[in-house]
Design a protein around this ligand. Structure first.
Ligand code: PDD
Length: 289
């Protein structure tokens, strides 16, 4: 099956898709993006992803090109046209095409909209069995990390460091505290069983998987603590994990070459992953089962 992408209102073969060299996404990273998982051909927690997309557009003053229901239909159509069973839908909206100039273009310039799918085995991840290793790197990003901006250079550099070190993720650190992963939310579990993650602020992206995992943990009567934690505390934790639409709940077993606890995925993390998988498998276009 040939790959179909969505560009500015049309479904086109990937080879034929075209974006202008004057696109502000290309010139200024002037745009936002969203990534949602697909399981069994259905989008996972999609209402929450679309809500974040709409909020991020509003934060940077790009007019939302489609009502939420139409976004969802377009995503579903793209999934169908690509025969995607398990993987990701990537969506990007930029401020459109205009001669290179920093201020916003005239109001009648339409945003550029691009969507594509990627096949990925998320549920059968081998890494989730063995557990992921991470390194820590300085957080070099700007101060509005709550916006899912396509300006990802700091994360590209962080994740290249991780790749060079032969590990899966880089946890970014600011003032001694972990902010989040290069493309994920960071969690630790203390020796007395408290699940700790950083509170929402401009310092991190409000993860959709984070939100779902916290809700699931709460339903199970587990103790959640939204507060900052240090690298030292993470190294001394009973368990650690990270969450994202592309990894779900990923046990984290080593940091900067040192094992976390016994260096194996922890029991509470495994439980949270199983709970998340159950929830994701039960979802239908974002509606919780
Ligand atoms: N990244 N923090 C950052 C910096 C991220 O880029 C992401 C997601 C997350 C997790 O958010 P969510 O649970 O909503 O996926 C946290 C996506 C997957 C990406 O860039 O590919």
């Amino acid at each position: 099956m040939s790959r179909i992408v969505f560009v500015n209102g049309e479904f086109v073969p990937y080879e034929e898709a075209r974006i202008s060299v004057m696109d502000r996404g290309f010139l200024f990273a002037d745009g936002i993006y969203e990534v949602a998982a697909v399981l069994g051909g259905r989008l996972v927690d999609n209402d929450a992803h679309l809500a974040r997309l709409v909020r991020c557009l509003g934060e940077i003053g790009i007019e939302n090109p489609y009502p939420v229901a139409e976004w969802a239909q377009l995503e579903e159509e793209l999934v169908k046209r690509n025969g995607l069973v398990e993987g990701l839908v990537y969506m990007e909206v930029t401020r459109g095409v205009w001669e290179r100039d920093f201020p916003f273009p005239p109001a009648d310039v339409k945003p550029t909209v691009v969507m594509f799918t990627q096949e990925k085995s998320i549920t059968g991840s081998k890494l989730a069995e063995s557990g992921a290793k991470v390194i820590t790197v300085p957080d070099l990003r700007w101060k509005r990390r709550d916006i899912k901006s396509v300006a990802l250079l700091a994360q590209v550099l962080a994740k290249q460091e991780a790749a060079k070190a032969g590990v899966s993720e880089a946890w970014m650190v600011e003032d001694g505290y972990v902010t989040e992963g290069g493309s994920s939310t960071a969690f630790i579990i203390t020796k007395d069983g408290r699940i700790v993650t950083r509170p929402l602020s401009n310092a991190i992206l409000p993860g959709i998987t984070r939100q779902a995992v916290m809700r699931l943990a709460e339903e199970q009567g587990l103790t959640l603590e939204e507060r900052l934690f240090t690298v030292e505390e993470a190294l001394d934790a009973a368990e650690a994990f990270y969450t994202s639409a592309s990894a779900f709940v990923m046990p984290t077993v080593e940091m900067d070459g040192k094992p976390i606890a016994d260096g194996k995925p922890g029991p509470l993390t495994r439980r949270l992953r199983a709970l998340y998988l159950d929830m994701a498998q039960a979802t239908n276009s974002g509606k919780m089962g």
